[in-house]
Design a protein around this ligand. Sequence first.
Ligand code: ZN
Ligand code: ZN
Length: 307
Amino acid sequence: MVFEVTILGTSSAMPGWGRNMSAQLVNYEQNLFLIDCGEGTQHQLLKYKAKMNQIRHIFISHLHGDHYLGLAGLLSSMQLQGRTEAMHLYAHRGLADVLTTQFRVSQGYVRYPLVFHPLEAAHSQLLYNGETLTVSTLPLDHRIPCCGFLFRQKLGKQKIIKALLPDDLPIAEIIALKNGQDVVHNDRILRSQDLTQPPKPPLAYAYCSDTKFNQALVPYISGVDLLYHEATFADDLAARAEETHHSTARQAATIAQLAGAKQLLLGHFSARYRELSPLLEEAREVFAGAHLAVEGQTFRVNHPLPI
Ligand SMILES: [Zn+2]
Ligand SMILES: [Zn+2]
């Protein structure tokens, strides 16, 4: 089972100290989802050997340039590489205007279908409904409409306890037991609850950038296995964070603690910080499971130590 996040960019507003603009690649069972696409994202995808043409969904949190200015370049490169498969773009509706203008003035175009899904930032919206995974938006509180993204596994089926099954039980009956139905076999009632055990709890990953400290977010991300939350500033700049609708590392940790998240990744660091360990220490005073998001590192959603 693969459910992991590769960090491609962690810098806010502008690049600094070798850090790039916001972007992440989520791999769920070899389905690739790109979250945000700051300037330089295609370089990062190449650098970390991502299978770019396997990306079928791109989610853009908001239209500040540090989250989307790499998009036109990435889409153009995919065209040059001969992409034919549709690309689904999820963003606020202004992005369609921006891309249309960029392609029109350069007389460039893409031959593969671009399917645009406009986002409403004010409430949670289901965007993707796969066989075993959903992606929905998280309302964030920023200077312009902005939403995070929640990747949540669906609850699996009951697991059969093989040792307890009669040897001659037909496959159709095994499937029925997995679906929670009781079956009759050789005049005996076999109860699903006796022969199966519950599936593993579904895993969830939440991406929350950019946002000011916002307790209204907590119920949406309750109990997530891994939370990425922006930590643009250290706590001594809390007033600046409030003013610019960003968060401090301590505030990010407080949200993780209130939500009962299992692990926290801090990111979206201001270019004023060369050294990030003070932000990490500040967060760990509140929430022990805090880590710095580091570009090029991959974090498993259920165990976010670098792979
Ligand atoms: Zn930003
Ligand atoms: Zn922003």
